[in-house]
Design a binder for this molecule. Structure first.
Ligand code: PSU
Ligand code: MN
Length: 285
């Protein structure tokens, strides 16, 4: 019997991106959705120095209890070498997934260029990793706590194809559209799956599949902007920087929005998992 195509999932989103009590139910929910479309979830992490793409529910529970660090491209190798454990971001999930032969990965929103570059430089390792590893990342665009237009430009500079699934606009996480556009639009899941297969084989590099947040859960841009400004201020006043900045802003956003940003975040991740599973099935044919 031929095994089902796998859909990679990341652990940073679960361990650092949502409140602790939301993580296990979210993982269960994503797993059910992925299986319902004929694929297998492949949760990625580093556990006791081993790169893993088959993390179980119990192992995730242990990672949550231990409060493991975030691993991006720069600290992955040290964790592996020293026998440590950690949660993979988009950057390290694509690395582990590619090595395991997994073609499709579902996340929430990509990391990218933080606001205020020019004053300070904070660019996510996610961007370069996409240009290096042959995995298609299904995302609701770029986290709109970032500079969305600058991030879109950076993807262009890195030569990463940015595909809109049923959209012409580059989505911005909880907001359905941004000022930026995509390289091409696909409306048919079978055709996009075939493109993913062809493009990964052709280049050996990654691509971004933009799947906007479902209309029913989307947040109006002005509303989001008001939340974001307050959350950004709170995170910076609390002294968050470097790897801690993104989780701090997401946590503050949840408080400032009275839980609405979290509900929207969960909705878009679920939607991405469903679409990713369908694409994985078609990409494998
Ligand atoms: N998208 C979400 N929630 C998250 C993240 C993305 O909806 O928590 C995580 C991903 O793991 C992404 C990381 O790779 O944030 C980016 O962090 P940084 O900006 O430090 O590279
Ligand atoms: Mn950063």
């Amino acid at each position: 019997m031929v095994s089902a195509p796998r859909v990679a999932l990341e652990t940073t989103l679960l361990v650092h991106g949502v409140p602790k009590d939301a993580a296990l139910p979210l993982f269960q929910d994503l797993s059910i959705r992925i299986r319902s479309r004929g694929a297998e979830p492949a949760l990625c992490a580093v556990i006791d120095g081993a790169p893993r793409v088959d993390v179980s529910r119990d192992e995730l529970e242990a990672l949550l209890a231990a409060g493991v660090p975030k691993l991006n491209t720069s600290n992955l190798g040290v964790a592996l070498f020293q026998g440590g454990s950690g949660a993979t971001t988009v950057s390290t999930t694509v690395e582990l997934a590619a090595r395991a032969g997994i073609a499709v990965f579902a996340t929430g929103g990509l990391g990218g260029v933080h606001r205020g570059y020019g004053v300070e430089l904070d660019v996510s390792a996610d961007l370069l990793a996409l240009a290096r590893h042959p995995v298609a990342v299904v995302t609701a665009g770029v986290k709109s706590i970032l500079d969305v237009v600058a991030t879109r430009e950076a993807l262009e500079s890195l030569g990463v194809p940015v595909i809109g699934f049923r959209t012409d606009r580059f989505p911005a996480f909880l907001v359905r559209e941004s000022a930026a556009s995509v390289d091409a639009r696909f409306d048919d899941v079978e055709r996009l799956g075939a493109f993913i297969r062809a493009e990964l084989a052709r280049t050996g590099r990654g691509l971004v599949i933009c799947n906007p947040i479902p209309e029913a859960h989307a947040v109006a841009e002005a509303t989001f902007e008001a939340w974001r400004e307050e959350a950004d201020r709170a995170a910076r006043e609390a002294g968050a920087s470097g790897r801690a900045l993104t989780p701090a802003i997401l946590g503050a956003l949840n408080r400032v929005s009275g839980g609405k940003s979290l509900a929207a975040n969960l909705a878009l991740v679920r939607h991405n998992a469903t679409v990713a599973a369908e694409l994985a099935v078609h990409a494998a044919r």
